[in-house]
Ligand binder design. Structure first.
Ligand code: ZN
Ligand code: FE
Length: 256
């Protein structure tokens, strides 16, 4: 299997997974770059996986369905361009002979889902939409801090070597914030240097891994003493994991 991040808009990646003949695409906000990639690699698009309803994740769905006849899968409770196969948490979808488990991950949007398969070329693979980013997480447009924290906990509990395909290249900005929260984290310092080199070379910083994110992402580290202490500088009343998470998320919203 081959995994390709197709850049779109300012900082989106439309993930294409293919076996040399058949392909799936995740969250195609734009059809044109996907059609180009299909042509370039001589692929048949069989499936479109959608994680949530935002336009930068769904804008190309109709054109791609029309051009290729691909089947569209999306969250049952969100408005996705019809017709699509509605999915709920714990459903399984077989695409390209891979079984993807559907995970409910509300927070960024109310019905946001993620797709997880335990064995793609011998490794677990996750398409997480705008829930988890490298070094960060999605904004809480439709969910509560408690919901988002539970969703991130679910993703953080996946195997450490899980390849994590996030849909935005936000990594360097997120790491600048993470360094403000946790400047003494040596893993974070090393990862920031690594990602800076990748971007200077014009390379994506993604996919990341769950193990990497557990060691550097402040939003997966809200039980760490360093993160709790940092949260209390923003909100002295932050006392449990949800209020610590909420304080860090609030700080990030205002971080320049
Ligand atoms: Zn979004
Ligand atoms: Fe997005």
């Amino acid at each position: 299997m081959y995994l390709i991040p197709i850049p779109a808009f300012a900082d989106n990646y439309l993930w294409l997974l293919h076996d040399g003949q058949r392909a799936l695409v995740v969250d195609p906000g734009d059809a044109e770059p996907v059609l180009q990639a299909l042509k370039q690699h001589a692929l048949q698009l069989t499936s479109i996986l959608v994680t949530h309803h935002h336009a930068d994740h769904t804008g190309g769905v109709d054109a791609l369905r029309e051009a290729t006849g691909a089947t569209v899968y999306g969250p049952a409770t969100e408005r996705i361009p019809e017709p699509f196969t509605p999915l709920h948490g714990r459903d399984t979808v077989n695409v390209l002979d891979l079984d993807f488990e559907v995970l409910d991950v509300p927070g960024h949007t109310a019905g946001h889902i993620a797709f997880y398969t335990p064995d793609m070329n011998g490794k677990p693979l996750l398409f997480c939409g705008d829930t988890l980013f490298s070094g960060g997480c999605g904004r809480l447009f439709e969910g509560t801090p408690a919901q988002m924290l539970a969703s991130l906990d679910k993703l953080a509990a996946l195997p450490g070597d899980t390849l994590v395909c996030c849909t935005h290249e936000y990594t360097l900005g997120n790491l600048r914030f993470a360094m403000a929260v946790e400047p003494g984290n040596a893993d974070l310092v090393a990862y920031q240097a690594h990602c800076t080199r990748l971007r200077e070379a014009g390379q994506p910083t993604l996919p990341t891994s769950i193990a990497q994110e557990r060691s550097i992402n402040p939003f997966l580290r809200t039980r760490q003493a360093t993160i709790i202490a940092a949260a209390r500088r923003i909100d002295a009343a932050a006392h449990d994991e949800t209020s610590v998470f909420a304080a860090i998320r609030q700080w990030k919203n205002q971080f320049k």
